[in-house]
Design a protein around this ligand. Structure first.
Ligand SMILES: *Cc1c(COP(=O)(O)O)cnc(C)c1O
Length: 394
């Protein structure tokens, strides 16, 4: 395995499972449920945790280990666990640390299923939460902290509002109060921001999005200090939300190209955002690296580039938003993001339709809001399709 002596791109490519006697160049898929013991003494030592080594693929496998070693180098964390999905990562990163009576402070702007964990599942085990609006200042976060609070959980940039949270300020707050700081870094990816550098104890990922980058595989990861990850490993080993070796192989391969893909996603997204700002039928555009973004300065400080996601608001509200989606010719209409193929969604009529208009507004959703995951097609083709759909949906 490689070490921190290399740059991001090199670590993402050259961190590799040890070559076997077959002298393969590309890492094979270790499609095996279990691993053979050399002798009784080795088996005893492996089970006693005196030796590091593979026993059973529910809790360790060379492909998943390679994926995690890479992610740790890219996120500046010591250890990690690969999971079957992003949601498995979110859940075990919380469940490993909170017990009955505990409390969690979270940003109100959360991925839908994370919201369901906090509101629909954790209360069953008497774990409560307080939401803080994404625009709230630091004192509001501090006021939400109770004597039973154990964790602060956030996403930045938020989905779909693309609002940012100040990771440095929240990291310090968490530290002052002795709380675990858990950051879902799915939207930014390790290429754009490293929450651990700002004090995050846990960095959580859906690898399904930009990390896979091609809409093929579901996966996730929890990363952090070794001590914290040992807690997560206990829960994961005995409850089984394991990533399959096949997905570990795909996702590790995907990381090899993460930097070049993110560069292009971000460049195309910035160009598209600038282009949309000039369109008369567009009321507003939100993108972290547009000077018109209310947190442009924070974005510049916290992120390397603006990310692959942008939103814009069309004149004409809910119906216009739906007509726009129906008028698209090339861009996909699907519930994913971070794909090589550009994707448009209309949160008010789909993912967030169960919220009232007031609740939608609180998480940054207006009736005509369109979310774009800017893909890797030629930027002019993405722009033309959006422009013709704007025209035809008038
Ligand atoms: C998609 C997503 C998740 C969930 O990940 P899955 O891999 O779909 O389980 C969690 N957080 C964010 C921000 C996401 O976009």
């Amino acid at each position: 395995m490689s070490s921190k002596k290399y740059h991001f791109e090199t670590n993402a490519i050259r961190t590799q499972t040890e070559r076997s006697q077959h002298r393969e160049h590309s890492v094979p898929i270790f499609a095996t449920s279990s691993f053979v013991f050399d002798d009784a003494e080795q088996a005893r030592a492996l089970f006693a945790n005196e030796l590091d080594g593979n026993i059973y693929s529910r809790f360790s496998n060379p492909n998943n280990d390679e994926f995690i070693q890479k992610l740790c180098l890219l996120e500046n964390t010591e250890a990690g666990i690969a999971t079957a999905s992003g949601m498995a990562a979110m859940f075990i990163s919380i469940a490993s640390f909170l017990k009955a009576g505990d409390h969690i402070v979270a940003s109100r702007s959360l991925f839908g299923s994370t919201h369901q964990i906090l509101t629909g599942l954790l209360p069953r085990w008497n774990i409560s939460h307080t939401y803080v609006d994404i625009q709230a200042d630091l004192s509001t976060w501090e006021e939400a902290i109770q004597p039973t609070t154990k964790m602060i959980f956030v996403e930045t940039p938020s989905n779909p509002g693309l609002d940012l949270l100040d990771l440095e300020a929240l990291g310090k707050l968490a530290k002052q109060h002795g709380l675990l700081f858990n950051v879902d870094n799915c939207f930014a990816t390790p290429y754009l921001q490293n929450p651990a550098d700002w004090g995050a104890d846990l960095v959580t990922h859906s690898a399904t999005k930009f990390i896979d980058g091609q809409g093929r595989a579901i996966g996730g990861a929890v990363l952090g200090k070794k001590e914290a990850i040992d807690e997560v490993r206990f829960l994961a080993r005995h409850t089984g939300p394991a990533m399959s070796p096949f997905h570990g192989w795909i996702l590790s391969k995907s990381l090899e190209t993460l930097s070049v893909r993110m560069e292009r996603h971000c460049q195309s997204a910035l160009h598209l955002a600038q282009f949309l700002e000039e369109q008369p039928e567009v009321v507003s555009v939100k993108y972290p690296f547009l000077p018109s973004h209310p947190q442009y300065e924070l974005a510049q400080r916290q992120m390397r580039m603006g990310g692959g996601m942008l939103t814009f608001e069309l004149k004409g509200g809910l119906d216009r938003g739906k007509r726009f989606l129906n008028a698209l010719e090339m861009l996909s209409f699907t519930a994913n993001l971070g794909d090589s193929r550009s994707i448009c969604t209309h949160p008010a009529s789909t993912t967030h339709s169960k919220l009232s208009e007031e609740e939608q507004a609180r998480v940054g959703i207006t009736p005509g809001l369109i979310r774009v995951s800017v893909g890797l097609e030629h930027p002019e083709d993405i722009q033309s399709d959006i422009l013709q759909a704007i025209d035809r949906s008038k």
